[in-house]
Design a protein around this ligand. Structure first.
Ligand code: SAM
Length: 274
């Protein structure tokens, strides 16, 4: 296995002072990084897409686990450090300079792939939504292993009735298994962010039949947009929703956070494509 310099040295050598605008909070503890790289399961010769490799801490852990990594990084300052890593793992690391929000990930990868990332907080939810909300299912990716702010991670894995249950939970769970895989203390990052973090692991499951993802999204947007209101009020603007609730036996006095994911799915099915 390649003998790599400590990440602190890499950062010093290439002058990678953390940029707040790019959401840069680096992980330097290699044991922690190896634990994160184990979350997706066996990676030997698997294709992995990493967003935001930065100085390459998670990247080297994924490479050590045997993965073939494609990494998209927006900060050109990181490219020389990543080029050195690519040299240490010949043929195993491809680095794309660019904005991950502008890239078609499935086309870039061209084969089934796992996604692993210590996400830049400023684009994390937008990327997650994009990976989760496509109509085609299963998606091109086989699993997501993602570091989020703890509060966002809690919203992704939330159960009905809890204060954190909302659109993200329904999006993450209606056709996938979403688990909180690891809590990470803020002090593990350089520089430490203000909040705690957690790694979420998501694996696609069978999609319920006859559901349009956009219809479900429209319902949850309306329902949780006014989460304190009764559904009779919050779903007033969604045509057919009140009749569908009645036919499904969902009381109009209920609030969004009391509806199970199965009930949201049943509503979307009853409304059909629109
Ligand atoms: N993976 C490294 C680690 O764990 O130490 C760095 C993680 S840091 C939280 C987020 C990284 O994402 C930074 O390197 C940042 O430059 C990069 N980044 C921010 N916005 C991005 C975008 N839109 N597309 C690709 N990379 C981005």
């Amino acid at each position: 296995m390649a003998d790599l310099p400590p990440l602190r040295e890499v950062i010093a050598k290439h002058g990678l002072s953390a940029s707040k605008a790019l959401g840069q909070n680096f992980l330097l503890d290699e044991q922690l990084l190896d634990r994160i790289a184990r979350i997706p399961g066996e990676l030997t010769d698997k294709a992995v897409l990493e967003i935001g490799p930065g100085p390459g801490g998670l990247t080297r852990a994924l490479l050590r686990a045997g993965a073939r990594v494609t990494a998209i990084e927006r900060d050109a300052r990181c490219l020389p450090a990543l080029a050195e890593l690519a040299e240490a793992f010949p043929g195993k690391l491809r680095v794309i300079e660019g904005d991950a929000l502008e890239v078609d990930h499935a086309a870039l990868m061209g084969e089934p792939f796992a996604i692993a990332s210590n996400l830049p907080y400023n684009v994390g939810t937008a990327l997650f939504t994009r990976w989760m909300d496509g109509q085609d299912w299963p998606p091109a990716w086989t699993s997501l292993t993602l570091m989020f702010q703890r509060e966002v991670a809690d919203r992704i894995v939330a159960a009905p009735g809890s204060g954190t249950y909302g659109r993200l939970a329904v999006l993450a769970q209606w056709r996938a298994e979403a688990k909180l895989a690891m809590k990470v203390h803020r002090s593990a990052f350089t520089p430490p962010p203000k909040v705690m973090s957690a790694v979420v692991h998501v694996v696609p499951a069978a999609a319920p039949e006859d559901i349009q993802a956009v219809t479900l999204s429209r319902i949850t947007e309306a329902a949780f947009g006014q989460r304190r209101k009764m559904l009779r009020q919050s779903l007033k603007g969604v045509s057919g929703a009140l009749a569908a609730m009645e036919s499904l036996g969902i009381a109009p006095e209920r609030r969004a956070e009391t509806l199970s994911i199965a009930e949201f799915v049943a509503l979307a099915r009853a409304l059909g494509p629109r």
